[in-house]
Design a protein around this ligand. Structure first.
Ligand code: ADP
Ligand code: MG
Length: 413
């Protein structure tokens, strides 16, 4: 049986050939991600513990006629050389059924704000700024990471684009620099002020490993997660509650206010004892938010230790505690996420669930659960059925083991 990635690679290559009447020369892949634990603490200089999921964005590409002409002339030693600035990339996305042409010397933002190609153009600009000089090319993008589903299709698209430019130019970027340039593209071209987790996970994750990322030092530690009896179950509630605005910024401010009161530069440097001692001086909301941040940072570090030891009941308990903290102290959960977690908890250890929690920003999106591989399909079906009965909303269920980060699938030798 071909893997999901092999199937997607074959499909994308086929699409490329249908569109451009020749096979692709380069094929690259970059995954989506899910965060097992460590939520809403990146901006408190905390830790996150994501893994790459077995869902990818794949790009198939080949040089275009412009590039061929340019190459031929160079070979002929002709005095006429097409200037680099005339080279462009034509990029088609299957998901949006839309083609764009991006000049490679100065990749521009799309005239329409929020256009998907901004993620691509932003990464191209970042790569060009770091000295990569790709020839003109055509590309087809396909993805089985759900778009806008909280599994970071945006980082998958960015990191796949950077990986494609590495394949075309034969230049390998430093992986941390690569992740950071993708983040910068999301900030500056897509206008999304994201943290560093998504691009780091898509770039640096490895199969059978979780990634413990220190959001302060940007140090990455890969933690083996090799036990085949464990699988990660991801259920998208398929709700996204409209926020009145400012909810995230407000929590950030509350964390910063607490840090100031505690005399630390970020909550990373505070302990729960310090927080308790200062409780009387803090606004109740600030106290609550800080209690989440400080306890979540400790839980994430402890969960990584438990993963290393193969202590799955402990990992599950940390995930369960994380959910309670996000629900009660940080107040970013919602009825639907709570229901999904309650249903998983009700199945419990005896039924094959080690632990479950909301993952991502909150107010909708996904839950992540640590589940026995043998029983994961039945568990996913059961939770989905009750959830749908109670809410009238069909959830999306996905399972994954920790998967390989971005890589070149095909390149001429
Ligand atoms: P998430 O990253 O959780 O999936 P985002 O809102 O951050 O959600 O990113 C989703 C956006 O990224 C899409 O609306 C689209 O603009 C862009 N995108 C992601 N993958 C693709 C793709 N394969 N083709 C075109 N655009 C994509
Ligand atoms: Mg995103």
């Amino acid at each position: 049986m071909p893997t999901l990635l092999e199937q997607l690679v074959a499909k994308t290559s086929r699409r490329f050939e249908e569109r451009y009447r020749e096979p692709p020369r380069w094929v690259v892949a970059a995954p989506g991600r899910v965060n097992l634990i460590g939520e809403h603490i990146d901006y408190s200089d905390g830790f996150v513990l994501p893994m790459a999921i077995d869902r990818y964005t794949v790009i198939a590409a080949r040089e275009n006629d412009e590039a061929r002409m340019s190459n031929d002339r160079t070979k002929d030693n002709s005095s006429f050389v097409i200037r680099h600035s005339s080279l462009a990339a034509t990029v088609f996305s299957d998901a949006t059924n839309d083609e764009v042409t991006i000049p490679l010397d100065t990749p521009q933002r799309h005239a329409k704000g929020g256009h998907w190609s901004n993620y691509v153009a932003g990464v191209m600009a970042g790569c060009v700024a770091r000295g990569l000089r790709p020839s003109g090319f055509r590309a087809v993008i396909d993805s089985d990471v759900p778009l806008g589903g909280g599994l970071s299709s945006s980082a998958a698209l960015e990191v796949a684009t950077a990986t494609l430019l590495e394949a075309i130019t034969g230049v390998t970027l430093d992986p941390v620099a690569k992740a950071l340039l993708c983040q910068q593209a999301e900030h500056e071209y897509a206008g999304v002020p994201c943290g560093i987790m998504d691009q780091f996970a898509s770039t640096l994750c490895r199969a059978d490993h979780l990634m413990l990322l220190d959001c302060r030092s940007r140090q990455v530690e890969l933690i083996p997660f090799t036990d085949p009896q464990l699988t990660v179950l991801i259920i998208n509630s398929n709700v996204k509650h409209e926020l009145s605005g400012g909810e995230y910024a407000q929590r950030r401010d509350q964390c910063e206010a607490a840090a100031r009161k505690l005399g630390v530069s970020s909550l990373r440097d505070a302990t729960l004892d310090q927080l308790e001692a200062a409780r009387g001086t803090l606004a109740p909301a600030s106290y609550q938010r800080a209690r989440h941040a400080i306890s979540e940072i400790a839980r994430t570090v402890n969960a990584a230790v438990a993963v290393r030891a193969g202590d799955w009941p402990a990992v599950g308990q940390y995930m369960a505690d994380s959910h309670v903290s996000l629900r009660d102290d940080y107040e970013v959960s919602c009825r639907e996420l709570d229901l999904l977690v309650e249903l998983a908890d009700a199945i419990g250890r005896a039924g094959g669930v080690y632990g479950s929690r909301m993952t991502g920003g909150g107010f909708g999106g996904c839950t992540v659960s640590l589940v026995e591989t043998q029983r994961v399909d039945g568990i996913g079906r059961n939770i989905a059925a009750v959830y749908q009965r109670e809410t009238g909303i069909e959830p999306t269920v996905l399972t994954s083991r920790p998967s390989q980060g971005a890589h070149i699938v095909q390149a001429p030798s």
